[in-house]
Design a protein around this ligand. Sequence first.
Ligand code: CR1
Length: 839
Amino acid sequence: GKEHWPRGEEAVWKSALRDVDADSPAIIKSIVNHVQTSLARQAYNLDDLGAYQAAALSVRDNLLVNWNETQLSYTRKNPKRAYYLSLEFLMGRTLDNALLNLGLKEQYRDSVKKLGFSVEDILDKERDAALGNGGLGRLAACYLDSGASTELPLWGYGLRYKYGIFQQLISPEGNQLEAPDPWLENSNPWELPRLDVNYEIRFYGHADRLGDGKGIWQGGQEVLAVAYDVMIPGYGTKTTNNLRLWESKPKRGFDLNSFNAGNYEAAVASSNSADAITSVLYPNDHTSCMYRIGKELRLKQQYFWTAASLADILRRFKQQGKPIRELPDFVAIQLNDTHPTLAIPELMRILLDEEDLNWEQAWSIVTNVFFYTNHTVLPEALEKWAVPLIEHVLPRHLQIIYDINLFFLQAVERKYPGDRERLARMSLIEEGQPKQVRMANLAVIGSRKVNGVAELHSDLVRTTILKDFVDFEGVSKFSNVTNGITPRRWLDQCNAELSDLITKTLKLEKEVWLKDLFKIKGLLEFTEDAAFRKEWWAIKQRNKERLAHYVQTTLGLTVRTDAMFDVQIKRLHEYKRQTLNILGVIHRYLTLKALSPAERKKTNPRVVFFAGKAAPAYYIAKLTIRLIVNVARIVNADPDTKDYLQVYFLPDYSVSLAEVLIPASDISQHISTAGTEASGTSNMKFCLNGGLLLGTVDGANIEIAEEVGESNVFFFGHLTPAVEDLRYQHLYHPVPLQEKCPALHRVIEQISAGLFNDAEVYEPLLNTIRQNDYYLLSDDFDSYIAALAMVDEAYQDRDEWIKKSIRTTAQMGKFSSDRAILEYAESFWNVEPVTVKKK
Ligand code: CR1
């Protein structure tokens, strides 16, 4: 029938085209043109996916005009540029953001409507670009948005993985299963292949020293790096920056010799190994050692990407005809975690072996170009590469790393004569079988500045993992930039109604407050305005209904929307303590079961949402998912409690799912063991959307509380300085759980007794708590339960709760990623905004 596919109707299209004097003739023409030429399809024979593709290509045309003008103005003005090297860019969807930033949202809405489509349906056809694991990759995406919006000459460099983060499926028993994410299979309108921009990247072979620190590297395998460009439009500006992603290709297709000799397998193998480099994103989060990535392919990814990016950066620099010693005046490179640390020996190699500089000249350039951001103090996440592996894959780089280490340790020895232990701690090489290169140490000594991502985390970096380096180099090199989020995606796009209400209330153009987020402080004046509070609350309610609708259509489950929505969404990890949350849920369930029906009616109904992926090899994290799924199954089906407690695990967490969950939350949980979560960024997103925060005194939670006021957040748990002592007590003076925390003991024994099926399955998870309880669940459980009760109580006074919600949003100005990226530009890079002339 007419309501179904194909959506386009001849009459509708024709009349839209005839109406060229209507509002958006150019847009309609351009969409139709792309349908017919780019997609080679009949206008009247188009489904939503085709309409999405045509609209996207039409939007891309607009981006390209701005992109070209931006790049031209950079070339003409020749400013100092910044480059953000990140192995992960968790971009999510692009179309809606591009329309917003171009200021074309309304025109496109009208135009696609005239063609017989709904813009919501079209936007929903886009697949997430999920080239990242979690916070680190999403932060990179926010920084690109903010860099363009603040008109900074900032490019990103990354890899064009053929498969993004795996798709998560949940089996009937509640196990996580992983399926590949072939996100490019429907073609990607947002990328521009630059087949002419390519570099040859060498691996293996042999390296000879030539004296004076110089060397020569020959032989081995050469692979081609090909550029794909993704346009990054700024909000309310013409500036459109670039994200350049590299794809690996075999240098010359098949190896003809083997092919002619009839050895087809060997011929294809060489081509496979080149393609393999950018085939898949490693799904490990905080686990580079624990699960022994130690894999050659990951090392090859890192080198391939840093070498291609540096070659590209240097080629652009050299086009200006400046002498190489001026590189630090024109280039700043931010290393996102230690993943790109090979850029340091690679730049040394280029300067020594190709540019013929001496060691001092080369080292002085290197240490003025690079900046390093640390994102975690968890020891298992600090990257180390086995010396024999580096020697095999990158023989020349190993020589350079040894030379850097030699000069460095000589300097340390001069300052601390005879302090062998200090030398051993600071060395780039960790002794052992095999020896390993400590990438964080290399990143620190090769960089101009080192920063953490929230105040507490930066303090911990200075006083724990990098203390020796602070002593040696002075504290001023070690700094902080608290993370931020882009208010465009994380408020205006995901919560359009709230954004409109804010605009109306502040009586400001939305362009003004979305670019200077401190302006939302003006909302504070309206907390006492009952009509405003009513509107505020009605929007929260509609966002809850939108989420309930999502759950209904994807899982076929009915969520009560008159309950408090309690959300914890992030990667599954023991330190993030989703286990504490689900144990708290069970405690609530047991408590409810023990109440009379009349008493139950007085309780605060709650719906608890979980979402997040576990690293495929992270057994304990996967058991937590299984427990959540099975608790949900039992609790949601229990007639005694189902009106007061519901639990959902939403599979396949993504940026797009976060955009639905975050605006719907009343309370969100950020409950890491104190001192383990470097910053967190979803905490900022929830608070910006008027969701309150339940958390530990950790990461950016602390700074959020400083901004919004402690009375508007719910804190619990031990503080960072206590953690070490508590762990020591667990090891040397253990107290049986039953004595230490009877409430938690009762919960654990119920699981063990089979209340949630498969009793034996959970034993390894429960034993982590019964035994050394490294993440201190038993120390924090009672205060966690008390905090949950305070949340319930506060929610009963609905008016006061709404005031807290408004006050929270109003005081989140600091957490715009515009603020954060400008701190990097001003205090680290010395890079200034460049205005791109309006046509
Ligand atoms: C941290 O765990 C932080 C992001 C972005 C993560 C998280 O707290 O918000 O980085 N670290 O800075 C990480 O992924 C490998 O380390």
